[in-house]
Unconditional design. Structure first.
Length: 637
């Protein structure tokens, strides 16, 4: 009986293993291989799961070319390690070299050896489920005739399951940095940088539980505060490219006094090189995972939309400025044509006084560090001599330039609003100047500008058509009709554009059309979001109320008149108006009204609104409701 049971179990086990092996289809590959920019020969083991190839077992990827070395320069590499179920595990070695040879050779143990010179980069350590674990050493060495002559860079970290522990050391051939962490990998205490003399302190960074409070430059004794220690809110982030950019922004002219930032940047670079390889092989990200704290000045959705518009305005204005300043024909005639020289000079002034500072402003947002910068300091940093004037002085004796619509702009408002006004003024000024120069610019430039513009128009319109095709079947009939009208209007405007023959007029109309299509694209998104937005508003204006008679918690809608005004009057009005409107100017206004109404519904939830609710009882039109919403805005102290 026991023998039968044992045989039966053995048979079942073997059948199970066979099924598993068939499902996984284990195999081994040896041959040409590529990871990003690295091309060579690889040998590795794997299994297939469904349609995926999963690395599992020893991995070797390498390249070297003796013929290339002897002729000019050879870039070699060796990447060696092990995978378990797609995750890098166990000891790993990364070696990269750039070598040349003067064909000198020597014989060692019956083998010819070629002497090489160049640089070698080596990284070694252990990975546990893709994460660094234990000591990791990275070195960059200078090699001459196959002997190490100098250590250009050296990095030593200790990890526990991906979290840096205790202390670290980073060295270059002229400086060194040592620092320590808390057990959770958070930067802490003093990080000290030494110069070429290991006994001379270069600079010291002082962290308090991740927050870099100050930097002391020992050569001068200067103490520089870095981050606000009394900010209302903080966020823990990685010591990554964002943090390094943030430091460069905060330190500005102090940045060149010490070596810490350069050493951290170089260390980040070599770790990212390994990370790129491992992640492309399917493993998890590889990093030092150092954590730091930074102050947070959070942006709401409306502020982010404003920053997007500022970025768009800057892009358009910059492209127009390049069209003007790089035009070869204009550069020739401006030497004798005073009018051309005047507009060229105004453009240069707009670039230096408006566009270049705004570029720094937009860079903060695009590099995802805007929310970590104290808003009260930004304007002073990007406009050190003050907010630019709407009147631009060119040369003594020449009439200053001012946009005809200048009185409609206010540069003195609050931060983002003022920046948007400045960006719009710059964009419109560039358009105005280009219009003034249209008869002086070469036809080639106008044709090129039209080609670029038409590519943008086609791209935006294709996107509009795809949006409408995918959204219409999912929405009620009145919504679908509104989307249809937006699509038809876009096509009609494009047809009008196509029938214009004059290049100057076509360019001007096309630029306006591009803005119109962008508004249409925004309206499609806003329109399709109404059903979900109504649900969000309902949930926002619903409170959980305890009912003592039922002994249960019940939902109760609050401020019903405000919700009804939005749901029953404003939304239907917007949908119907979009269905019946074919004018681009109206589209821009509708977009602004919808965004405004959505944001006011969020704000009104926490405001005192009893007076507003009484007035809404008598309101019957969307215009009345929007006006009442505007009146409700609390006055600033």
């Amino acid at each position: 009986m026991n023998r039968f049971t044992y045989k039966g179990f053995t048979l079942l086990f073997l059948l199970f293993c066979q099924t598993l092996l068939i499902a996984q289809e284990k195999g081994e590959y040896e041959g040409p291989f590529q990871i990003g920019k690295y091309t060579g020969n690889a040998r590795y083991q794997y299994y297939t799961s469904a349609t995926d190839t999963v690395l599992d077992g020893p991995f070797l990827f390498q390249k070297s070319n003796l013929e290339t070395l002897l002729k000019e320069q050879d870039s070699s590499f060796t990447i060696k390690g092990n995978f378990i179920d797609a995750l890098a595990n166990g000891p790993w070695q990364f070696q990269f070299g750039k070598y040349t040879s003067d064909s000198k050779s020597e014989v060692v143990d019956f083998e010819y050896r070629i002497l090489v010179s160049g640089t070698q980069e080596m990284a070694t350590g252990v990975l546990s489920e893709g994460l660094p674990d234990g000591d990791w050493h990275i070195t960059v060495q200078e090699v001459e005739n196959s002997e190490v002559t100098n250590i250009l860079f050296k990095s030593e970290f200790n990890f526990e399951k991906g979290v840096p522990q205790q202390s670290f050391k980073i060295e270059s051939d002229s400086s060194a940095l040592v620092g320590r962490f808390l057990r959770n990998g958070v930067a802490h205490d003093a990080w000290t940088s030494y110069g070429s003399n290991a006994l001379e302190v270069d600079e010291t960074w002082y962290f308090e539980e991740g927050l870099l409070q100050k930097i002391v430059f020992d050569a001068t004794g200067e103490e520089v505060p870095v981050f606000d220690m009394y900010a209302p809110q903080y966020e823990m982030i990685s010591l990554d490219d964002r943090f390094l950019l943030l430091l460069r922004y905060n330190l500005r002219d102090k940045i060149g006094q010490g070596n810490t930032l350069q050493l951290l940047s170089k260390n980040r670079e070599v770790y990212q090189k390994i990370n790129t390889i491992l992640t492309q092989l399917g493993s998890v990200p590889f990093d030092t995972n150092i954590k730091v704290q930074v102050p947070v000045y959070a942006l709401d959705s409306l502020q982010k939309e404003t920053l997007e518009r500022i970025s768009d305005n800057l892009t358009q204005a910059s492209e127009l400025s390049k069209t003007i300043l790089s035009n070869s024909h204009l550069n020739i005639i401006r030497r004798t044509d005073t009018d051309a020289q005047y507009w060229y000079s105004v453009t240069e002034k707009l670039v230096s006084e408006f566009l270049s500072p705004l570029e720094s402003y937009v860079d903060l947002y695009q590099n995802q560090i805007f929310e970590f910068v104290n808003p009260s300091t930004v304007e002073g940093r990007i406009f050190p001599v003050g907010i630019p004037d709407k009147t631009i002085e060119v040369q003594v004796g020449q009439e200053p330039f001012q946009l005809p619509e200048a009185d409609a702009f206010n540069f003195q408002g609050s931060g983002l609003q003022a920046m948007e006004q400045i960006s719009v003024y710059a964009q419109m000024s560039m358009e105005y100047i280009l219009d003034q120069l249209s008869n002086k610019l070469s036809n080639d430039v106008q044709i090129q500008s039209l080609k670029e513009l038409e590519n943008d128009l086609i791209s935006i319109n294709n996107g509009i058509e795809k949006q409408i095709d995918s959204l219409s079947p999912q929405l009620p009939e009145n919504y679908a009709n509104a989307l249809k009208n937006l699509g038809e209007t876009a096509n009609e405007e494009l047809a009008t554009y196509a029938n214009i023959s004059n290049p100057g007029e076509k360019l001007s109309f096309g630029e306006d059309l591009q803005s119109c299509l962008e508004d249409i694209r925004s309206l499609i998104k806003l329109l399709s979001n109404f059903p979900e937005k109504i649900k969000e508003i309902k949930a926002l204006y619903t409170d959980d109320i305890w009912n003592p008679f039922m002994a249960t918690v019940m939902e109760e809608e609050v401020k019903k008149r405000i919700v009804e005004a939005y749901r029953d009057i404003l939304v239907p009005y917007f949908v119907q108006t979009i269905s019946q409107t074919g004018e681009c100017d109206r589209f821009a206004l509708l977009r602004e009204q919808i965004v405004y109404a959505n944001n006011r519904m969020v704000g009104l939830r926490n405001e005192e609104t009893r007076k507003l609710e009484r007035k809404l009882k008598r309101a019957r039109t969307a215009e009345e409701i929007l006006k009442l919403f505007q009146q409700q805005i609390p006055k600033e102290d």
